[in-house]
Design a protein around this ligand. Structure first.
Ligand code: GRF
Length: 229
């Protein structure tokens, strides 16, 4: 990340977003960028699904989109081919930050280690508790009292990189996996822009995401948002 971002001034943070689905989190970033409330420029979107609504959202906002469909002409695109195309595309766009927002393919260690910029992922749980899929169902089954979402640095091990920020909510007795999904997603829509603001302003330094790198006026990572939804 350049010094200008560290000091929280001047050039917008160049962001590439990887998606697979609806893209509501992408939309939050598009809206914030267009409203001028986040110092970002979304330089491109990569989708591994042609039918993802996120693709439509990006096109409507005139953001460059690369669709690297995992099934093209009936043939499945292997992860290596996907990664070769995605790497080339990211190198062209030169992002400062890569955001996985609802991106559903597991990436290889080689790809992750060779990214041109730090990469963060939005995960629908309070990591490190529930990695992987079906998190809402699993927290209910386990009788958890709290739930939420996390933004973490992407490393080769799935959902295991340093957790930067979390949004927390209290589970109600009436909550179901569906209601939790809705509540958590509302949290994601706050957590993602908030975290990107902290990154853009140099408060969270992705190159040194450890506690001792956080300014002394901030609590240790992960920084937490409490949700009242
Ligand atoms: C989010 O809930 C995220 O946590 C999960 O996928 C969902 C993406 O939602 N990994 P959207 O595509 O941004 O609407």
């Amino acid at each position: 990340m350049s010094d200008s971002h560290m000091k929280g001034n001047h050039k917008p943070l160049r962001i590439a977003v990887l998606v697979s689905g609806n893209g509501s989190n992408l939309q939050v970033l598009i809206d914030a960028m267009q409203a001028g409330v986040l110092p970002i420029e979304i330089v491109g979107v990569i989708s591994n699904r042609e039918d993802a609504y996120a693709v439509t959202r990006a096109k409507e906002a005139s953001i460059p989109v690369a669709v690297l469909s995992h099934v093209a002409s009936g043939k499945r695109m292997g992860i290596k081919t996907f990664e070769t195309h995605a790497s080339a595309q990211l190198t062209t766009w030169q992002p400062d930050l890569i955001v996985l927002a609802g991106f559903m393919r597991v990436l290889s260690a080689e790809f992750i280690d060779n990214m041109p910029a730090p990469m963060i992922n939005l995960h629908p749980d309070l990591l490190p508790a529930y990695k992987g899929l079906d998190t809402h169902q699993r927290v209910i089954q386990a009788g958890e009292r709290y739930h939420g979402c996390s933004l973490h640095i992407v490393t080769a091990e799935l959902d295991a990189g340093a957790v930067l920020t979390q949004a927390l909510l209290e589970i109600n007795p009436k909550d179901t996996a569906v209601s939790l999904q809705v509540r958590v997603q509302k949290g994601e829509h706050q957590l993602l822009p908030w975290t990107i603001l902290l990154i853009a302003n140099g408060i969270i330094d992705l190159n040194h995401p450890h506690n001792d790198a956080v300014p002394s006026y901030l609590p240790a990572l992960p920084l937490k948002l409490w949700l009242n939804n």
